[in-house]
Design a binder for this molecule. Structure first.
Ligand code: GBH
Length: 489
């Protein structure tokens, strides 16, 4: 078990690991430095800046590319066990392809990895956190199944270049966002809106790229490198608005279509997409006049390859929705929402963060962890992101502290329930480029001054609180670090 009792208080076992996370495009900057190629985020922000609320981009971002040593020192100050960061594919393959490997890109990540290890911090590496080489978007991006091979080419170079020192790999960050937001609803680059089609095509490619990468590691690297390879899924909790059969079904469909979509093929005992997803999409596709289901299907061999293809369940969790059945007349056809048939909204009376979708519902993480436990036979869950946004960037960030305290308390309770949670990662190490929200929404434990060319970082009160949790292994809601005001109860 990953906890023990100190008096009446639950606490984290000494083996439980804490870390913080970032992603390449959100923090690195150096968008065209040292031979890096263009990514879909460079392309979108430079050619259609109106998509970004403040018209900004990640050209410089936190300039983390030039601040390896000082940032690693901050991680040491925080006392984290590991640092989760992502590698920029176009920094390694500027053309998108393996014809040319950019040595300066390899050198940059070698420098970061070696600096972390020199300070006893474990690198946890995400291979893909949304910055696809633009050249690969120009041949269709993730809906094009040829990208399976191109991704495996890239993963192979990462394993062979860094796998002697990197032992924790995450193939993809948040497939639902990579597929739905990018190709169905347009909320992320390249901002395409083929709802009900693009996202599903993408999911076939992404899942096969993941499974082939896992297979590659097993065949060529696992024996010598001894690491672990997994995937990170985003999952909100969804509960029914009433106990009517319809609402209960809507909430369950929401979970199956948003979590099960990528979890069922990998983590369930039967494999493949969830049955409810296959049935509903086939049915609606037929009604809409499509000659076949809009959801691609796997061969038996592909189902088998996908099943069990992850050494852990990486979980990004932020929020909870209340779900009811989507009224037929409100359904846009075709769309992913019509396919799952759920209308999921802000739970009544809940606090909203600096992001309009981020409702604070601490018990949601406990409910979700228990759902994962029963649905997928209690896999090891590594929480790879959890965090709270504001807009003011206040250093006395009491709302963020309250969020971490309450969510972590619920993680402890989930562990007590029997959930196999081993790892917790705060999003984010520092304020950064928040995709379509630019610099307007801040998730950092460190404040970053984006008006200063040096991009100085300042620890917020939450950084000290997080450090205290790591040190003491308990949640102390009364803890106030030196130099900060006590948070109102
Ligand atoms: C993560 O995604 C990302 O991995 C990270 O890069 C990012 O900085 C961080 O979260 C903060 O956003 O209800 O239709 O308005 C979070 C994924 C994004 C999923 C918002 C739910 C709600 C969209 N979440 N989304 S909507």
């Amino acid at each position: 078990l990953a906890y023990f009792c100190k008096g009446q208080q639950l606490s984290f076992d000494s083996n439980f690991r804490f870390g913080v996370a970032t992603a390449s495009y959100q923090v690195e900057g150096a968008w065209n430095i040292d031979g890096k190629g263009e990514s879909i985020w460079d392309h979108l922000t430079h050619t259609q800046s109106s998509y970004i609320v403040d018209g900004s981009n990640g050209d410089i971002a936190c300039d983390a590319y030039h601040k390896t040593a000082e940032d690693v020192q901050r991680l040491v100050d925080l006392g984290v066990d590991f640092y989760r960061f992502s590698i920029s594919w176009p920094r390694i393959f500027p053309s998108g392809h393996r014809n040319y490997i950019n040595q300066a890109g390899i050198d940059y990540y070698n420098g970061l990895i070696d600096e972390l290890l020199a300070h006893n911090i474990t690198p946890m590496v995400t291979m893909y956190h949304w910055d696809l080489p633009q050249s690969l978007q120009e041949i269709g991006g993730w809906p094009n199944p040829l990208l399976v091979n191109y991704f495996v080419d890239y993963a192979d170079v990462l394993f062979s270049s860094f796998g002697d020192r990197v032992k924790e790999w995450i193939t993809f960050n948040e497939p639902v966002q990579v597929c739905s937001d990018a190709y169905s609803t347009g909320g992320l680059a390249p901002a395409y809106t083929q709802d009900g089609i693009g996202g599903y095509l993408c999911s076939y490619t992404l899942l096969m790229a993941h499974a082939r990468t896992y297979e590659l590691y097993n065949n060529n690297y696992r024996d010598t490198q001894n690491g672990r390879v997994g995937i990170t899924l985003s999952a909100s909790w969804g509960y029914p608005a009433s106990n009517s059969d319809e609402d209960v079904e809507a909430a369950e469909n929401f979970l199956q279509f948003k979590v099960g979509w990528f979890a069922h093929p990998i983590f369930s005992s039967t494999g493949d997409f969830p049955t409810v997803m296959k049935e509903r999409i086939a049915q609606l596709s037929q009604e809409e006049g499509f000659p076949r289901s809009r959801l691609p299907s796997f061969t038996d061999e592909e189902v088998a390859l996908l099943k069990g293809s992850s050494d852990f369940f990486g979980l990004n969790h932020y929020t909870t929705n209340e779900c009811s059945v989507l009224p037929e007349e409100d359904a846009i056809r075709p769309s992913q929402q019509a396919d799952h048939g759920a209308l999921c909204v802000q739970p009544p009376g809940t606090e909203v963060g600096g992001s309009d979708w981020l409702y604070v519902v601490p018990e949601g993480i406990r409910n979700l962890l228990n759902w994962i436990r029963t649905e997928y036979d209690n896999p090891e869950v590594m929480i790879t992101e959890n965090g709270f946004s504001d807009r003011d960037g206040d250093l006395n960030d009491c709302r963020r502290i309250n969020y971490f305290n309450e969510y972590l308390q619920n993680v402890l309770e989930a562990i007590e329930d029997g959930c196999n949670v081993t790892t917790y990662t705060a999003w984010s190490f520092m304020d950064n480029f928040e995709w379509m929200k630019g610099y307007s929404e801040k998730f950092g434990l460190y404040y970053v001054d984006f008006n200063d060319d040096d991009r100085p970082r300042t620890p917020k009160m939450s950084a000290y609180v997080f450090k205290n949790i790591i040190q003491t292994r308990v949640i102390d809601t009364t803890y106030t670090p030196d130099g900060f005001e006590v948070c109102a109860a």
